[in-house]
Design a protein around this ligand. Structure first.
Ligand code: CP3
Length: 342
């Protein structure tokens, strides 16, 4: 019995399952200790022993209902042959792709094979997990991955790729096609190695111009979901189009995902009412409230439990844990969600 998988299937356990985005990360001293031994972040992700260890750390500490593979959405550009480095204090830096020749250099063939240490990690994690804990594999959604590939970095308001979307839509479509193809291969390998559910992170869905939402978010996401489900009909898929609250119900209905991640700016109760029957929700506590802690944290945890009572809901944050978070606040959250702290 895995409460997380039950919930994604539309059933409602007595207590919602709980895991947290970025649950393996810098807020944990044991993560920082492993991280300090890795030569760089890409090597860290591609060293199975390290990825297995940091994936299991938060499970040992908190007994979350799900583990998420430790990797990064930018391994897809890396696998496609695009130069990628993580710079201290700067985040990811890629050699930007701005033209046809840049897109054509991306080698879909062999991209998934280049990421084979990830699948080795998946198998090792599965072997190390308690039987009731599910394993989530993941990739970025094509649009979000493409924003990094075109901009060359994060935090840019995606101006370059938005201009490309309007001026050279065929070029962007060709880029998205390659990302879709590589991501499908990559995710199928994760499933083959033991991933039991897939999450697609669309961190920058909110910067897509409204008239292009269908082309840039829904269609590429649906293409991935269809191909995954053609190979594995029962495989649950969670989509997380951050910043796209007004279109969540449409997104769920048209992409075919089993669950939607809800960001912290969104009214969860309203989303629950709008979602198609049987679609699960996941979220949406503000990660900065988890960092703040205190009585207000308890109150907002309870408010999420109240807003989702009777519905298939996975307790989570509305985005990733921030590094300054006190690990004791996470313990308190888990206890409260489980009804063990009043
Ligand atoms: O625990 C987990 O959630 C699993 C591992 C995971 C990481 N990144 C590890 C990571 C997952 C699911 C991701 C997804 C990811 N990566 C996203 C989508 C979700 C989101 O947070 O919006 C994005 C946009 C990225 C790209 C990325 N990776 C950026 C922008 C950065 C730098 C910013 C930062 O937080 O440092 C990363 C690095 C990264 N990926 C870290 C971790 C734990 C921190 C790096 C470190 O430990 O030095």
């Amino acid at each position: 019995m895995k409460p997380f998988l039950d919930t994604l299937a539309g059933r409602v356990p007595a207590r919602p399952p709980v895991w947290l985005m970025r649950q393996a990360g810098r807020y944990l001293p044991e993560y920082r200790a492993v991280r300090a031994k890795a030569p760089d972040f890409v090597a860290f992700c591609l060293t199975p022993d390290m990825a297995i260890e940091v994936t299991l750390q938060p499970i040992r500490r908190y007994r979350f209902d799900a583990a998420i593979l430790f990797a990064d959405i930018l391994l897809i550009p890396h696998g496609l042959g695009q130069g990628l480095a993580f710079k201290e204090g700067e985040g990811p830096v890629l050699e930007p792709i701005r033209d046809r020749s840049g897109v054509e250099r991306l080698a879909v063939e062999g991209a998934a094979a280049r990421l084979s240490p990830v699948y080795e990690a998946v198998a090792g994690i599965r072997a190390g997990l308690p039987p009731e804990v599910a394993l989530i594999g993941f990739a970025g959604s094509p649009w979000t991955v493409a924003t990094y590939m075109v901009e060359g970095r994060g935090g840019t308001e995606q101006a370059t790729i938005r201009k490309m979307a309007w001026r050279e839509p065929e070029l962007l479509a060709a880029l998205l096609d390659r990302v879709v193809a590589a991501s499908v291969d990559y995710l199928l390998e994760q499933v083959r190695a033991g991933a039991e559910a897939i999450q697609l992170f669309d961190t920058w869905a909110g910067s897509v111009p409204g008239p292009l939402f269908d082309d840039l978010v829904i269609r590429p996401t649906r293409a991935i979901v269809e191909r995954l489900k053609a190979a594995h009909p029962g495989l649950p898929v969670i989509g997380f189009p951050r910043g796209a609250a007004a279109r969540l119900a449409e997104y769920a209905a048209r992409t075919g995902v089993d669950a939607v991640g809800v960001d912290w700016s969104t009214d969860l109760g309203a989303v629950r009412h709008a979602l198609p029957r049987g679609v699960a929700s996941q979220g949406n506590l503000d990660p900065l409230l988890l960092a703040a802690g205190g009585d207000r944290l308890d109150a907002e945890i309870d408010a999420i439990l109240d807003a989702t009572r009777g519905a298939p809901h996975v307790f989570n944050l509305g985005h990733g844990i921030v590094p300054e978070t006190n690990p004791e606040h996470v313990a308190r959250l888990v206890a409260r969600v489980r009804g063990e702290a009043r």
